[in-house]
Design a binder for this molecule. Structure first.
Ligand SMILES: C[S@@+](CC[C@H](N)C(=O)[O-])C[C@H]1O[C@@H](n2cnc3c(N)ncnc32)[C@H](O)[C@@H]1O
Length: 193
């Protein structure tokens, strides 16, 4: 069975009970890339369902191969622009954790408006998170990391928290490369209040 979600509508919220064989708490990864983190974390948490959002079809297919090889029934992926998906298709208060790892940093100032974790992002996250739900962020880009912290502090609806050690121990594909090259990785986590 394929794991790529065939959207019935790009206007109406996704019916999560139709996406997964069993109703369980949902975690989202935005910009899931080749899915190394998604697949590993989903294997560790069979009691949760996972959706990876990714715009590149080749990467979705790679995640699919990895999930099928591991026999995972709790992983789905969707090909869509991540903020659109969160804003329009994810049901209100349906997500327990939102993972955003190494989003494109758009280092030139004139491109900063393309960043996923911008001033609007905390409100998007707050809309879909259940009470007590969390956003987990990682980046190698120090200035983007400062922006991430700034926008969550400015929003006021989140409190900083520690990334659980069990979660921090699961690297993403990009993170493996950064670590091998000795590049510093920054992490933050925020719980909705
Ligand atoms: C730098 S990679 C990191 C991938 C993965 N999170 C990791 O750490 O290995 C960023 C990924 O986000 C995807 N991406 C970038 N902008 C996106 C957007 N607006 N919507 C969905 N996916 C996006 C890219 O195609 C790419 O696979």
């Amino acid at each position: 069975m394929g794991i790529i979600i065939a959207l019935e509508s790009i206007l109406d919220p996704l019916l999560l009970e139709r996406v997964f064989p069993a109703v369980r708490p949902v975690e989202l990864e935005l910009g899931a890339g080749d899915g190394g983190f998604l697949v590993e974390w989903a294997a560790l948490r069979p009691e949760h369902n996972f959706i990876g959002v990714e715009r590149l079809l080749g990467r979705l297919r790679k995640i699919e191969r990895r999930a099928v090889r591991r026999g995972l029934v709790n992983v789905r992926v969707v090909r869509l622009e991540a903020s659109y998906f969160v804003k329009y298709l994810v049901p209100v208060r349906s997500v327990g954790a939102l993972h955003v790892y190494f989003p494109d940093p758009w280092p030139k100032r004139k491109h900063w408006r393309h960043r996923l974790v911008n001033e609007q992002f905390p409100a998007l996250a707050e809309r879909v998170l259940i009470p007590g739900g969390s956003v987990y962020l990682r980046t190698d880009h120090e200035e983007y990391f400062a922006q991430m912290n700034r926008v969550f502090a400015a929003h006021g609806g989140f409190v900083p928290q520690e990334t659980p050690a069990i979660l921090a121990a699961v690297p993403t594909d990009f993170e493996r490369g950064f670590r091998a090259a000795g590049v510093e990785v920054f992490r933050a986590a925020f719980a909705v209040v």
